[in-house]
Design a protein around this ligand. Sequence first.
Ligand SMILES: Nc1cc(-c2cccs2)n[nH]1
Length: 243
Amino acid sequence: MRIDVVTIFPSYLAPLREALLGRAIDRGLIEVAVHDLRDWTHDVHQAVDDSPYGGGPGMVMKPQVWGEALDSVIGPVIDSPARLVVPTPAGRPFTQQLAHEWTSAERLVFACGRYEGIDQRVVDHYAQRMPVDEVSIGDYVLVGGEVAVLVMVEAVVRLLPGVLGNPRSAAEDSFSDGLLEGPAYTRPEVWRDLPVPPVLRSGDHAAVDRWRRDRALERTARLRPDLLAALPPDALDEADRAV
Ligand SMILES: Nc1cc(-c2cccs2)n[nH]1
């Protein structure tokens, strides 16, 4: 998978080259290119934004600059293997399911907006030619899309074959079965008078699996009842319903 990010703060994306993601790049599992939007300005001030039509606070990012940058980065959009992703608080929710969907994309191109967003005609123009996703990572407002891109790239790349040491990790994620993950424990057996639940040391794998499922159901019911309500009818068996 090739990932391109267009931003006015390229250094914000430096973490993409660290740790797990950095190793995925070194191993050739992904390619990452970060582009400075100002490289496509032609004025001495390298202006990337302007006042909003209709008035109102803040600034809107100019369509011309974005058009030149995305044409250059995406290349010919006919049959482009790229998806254009625009982080915005006014977008569809980014979910584990969407992360999984994007793992099949040959290319992801992220357009990082700042200020009050990017002139809508940029999305409208490219949406006529390729898949464009306006995506929110949560119901809160950031200053720019760069942090959202870090979140989404990590969530997608960790799902790619070979990236995680143990593929079971991605398969057993929170949300993989529609539930939140239950609690996890490691040594010591007792820590500050708090013991590890004995069933986890019993060696009875069926009992451990049941215990973990029960804790996941309890946690989901307590913290995310909406996830429980969204489960398909056959997702919970009789033992689940007894929790
Ligand atoms: N979920 C979300 C995205 C954003 C922004 C994207 C670009 C500027 S602000 N805030 N919150």
